[in-house]
Each structure stands twice: as structure tokens, then as C-alpha cells.
Design a protein around this ligand. Structure first.
Ligand code: ADP
Length: 159
């Protein structure tokens, strides 16, 4: 049996924190679908195409990873991809309430779907895409937090 997991998110842009969660997921998933959400309520910095391109570049060395996008319900997308696991990262207590709600709702919608929460390396727990965007916009150095390709893309956006 192939165990397929989905890692959904905005990835606006992908950070070392996401990479860490992806690496950890591949220890128990045979295939990981990194799924970029077309989120109607969020105005992203990077377009969907840019986010997908950055993921392709950053994750090219990872085996067993597929990069896709989705809109609509995650539970439906998971079902369509024969996924049995949803991967989410938990950084702090502040992530917990929303994640808990989402996990229960997704299970309600598709009972075979289990959500797995992973914690990143401790030095990445403070990291988020929004913080990276903010620091980059203000001219700070983000090279410790993102792949060089993402660093270049951020520099171009804020040039
Ligand atoms: P969303 O908009 O769905 O929160 P993100 O791209 O911000 O999407 O994050 C996708 C998932 O990755 C979420 O579960 C988030 O908690 C997790 N994540 C993001 N950054 C980190 C990090 N530094 N460490 C662990 N998990 C992270």
C-alpha cells in the first residue's frame, strides 16, 4: 500500500520551516503532495505560478514529492489524490486552535483523512512566511530562513 500525504499551505513563499516539515514527512509517507492553496481571502505577495516555481526549485532534490495547487475543499482534493494523511506544522500554541478546528472539520468531511502535526527543528519554530516577507520588505537579511532562490525572488519583489 502506498501512503500518500498532502501538505497544504499558502507557501508565500516557501521557507526553511516548510522544507523541514517536508523532510520529516518523507520519513513516513511514500508520496507527499505539496499543495498550494489558492486562498480567496488572502492577497499573496507571490502569484500562484511564482509560488509553484519556487517550490519546484527548492524541492528539486526531494524524492517522492509532487507539487500541485488546489482551490476549494482540501478534503475533496485529498480524496481525489487518494491521500490518507494531511500534514500540518505546529509552531506554537497560537497555531493550535485553528489547526485543531481544521483537522476536525476535514475528518468530518472525509472520515478516512487523518491530520498529522509535526514540529520543526527548534531554531525554525519562530519562522513564518509572513515574518520573512516583512523582514525582506524592510531590507533585512533572510538568507538563514529561505533557500537562495527564494531570497533572490524576495529581493526582486522589493527592489
Ligand atoms: P497557511 O496559510 O495554510 O498557514 P503556510 O504556508 O503559512 O500556510 O503554512 C503551511 C503549513 O506549514 C502550516 O501547517 C504551518 O503551520 C506550517 N509551517 C509554516 N512555517 C512553519 C515552520 N517554521 N515550522 C513548522 N511549520 C511551519
Amino acid at each position: 500500500m502506498t501512503r500518500i500525504a498532502i501538505y497544504p499551505g499558502s507557501f508565500d513563499p516557501v521557507t526553511r520551516g516548510h522544507e523541514d516539515i517536508i523532510r520529516r514527512s518523507l520519513a513516513f509517507a511514500d508520496k507527499l503532495v505539496v499543495a498550494v492553496a489558492v486562498n480567496l481571502s488572502k492577497q499573496p505577495l507571490f502569484t500562484l505560478e511564482e509560488r509553484l516555481d519556487l517550490l519546484r526549485e527548492v524541492l528539486q532534490e526531494f524524492e517522492g514529492v509532487e507539487i500541485r495547487w488546489f482551490d476549494g475543499l482540501l478534503a475533496k482534493f485529498a480524496q481525489k489524490n487518494n491521500a490518507s494523511l494531511v500534514i500540518r506544522g505546529l509552531r506554537a500554541v497560537s497555531d493550535f486552535e485553528y489547526e485543531f478546528q481544521m483537522a476536525l472539520m476535514n475528518r468530518q468531511l472525509f472520515s478516512e483523512l487523518e491530520t498529522v502535526f509535526l514540529t520543526p527543528a527548534v531554531d525554525l519554530t519562530f519562522l513564518s512566511s509572513s515574518l520573512v516577507r516583512e523582514v525582506a520588505e524592510l531590507g533585512g537579511d533572510v538568507s538563514d530562513f529561505v533557500h537562495p532562490a527564494v531570497g533572490r525572488a524576495l529581493a526582486e519583489k522589493f527592489a
